[in-house]
Design a protein around this ligand. Structure first.
Ligand SMILES: [Zn+2]
Length: 100
């Protein structure tokens, strides 16, 4: 018989969404399945996978959306004030207010 040594801190709980059985899996296995979304099975034979995106994937998607919003706003400003920046417009209003 071979002894298997397991570091308990490297084992994480996962619950089967179908039968609610609690499964303890290595953290590295969970990380890999969250990255590749490949399936695995609970002891009762139910297929499982992690469909949600990773934290890195979520942050990348949010960053891309933020960049897209900025580009859209910039395009709208260019269309509304061709050849002028927002500061030019404000400066003109300030000069008009001061009577210059
Ligand atoms: Zn199950």
């Amino acid at each position: 018989m071979t002894d298997i040594k397991v570091n308990i801190e490297d084992i994480r709980p996962v619950t089967c969404a179908t039968c609610d059985v609690l499964i303890w899996l290595p953290a590295t296995f969970i990380s890999k399945r969250k990255e590749d979304h490949k399936g695995f099975y609970c002891p009762n034979g139910h297929a499982m996978h992690f469909p949600l995106e990773t934290d890195a994937g979520y942050q990348t998607r949010m960053l891309r959306a933020s960049i897209q919003r900025e580009e859209t706003l910039r395009d709208q400003l260019k269309r509304n004030m061709p050849g002028k920046s927002v500061f030019d417009e404000l400066n003109a209003k300030l000069l008009a207010f001061l009577g210059k």
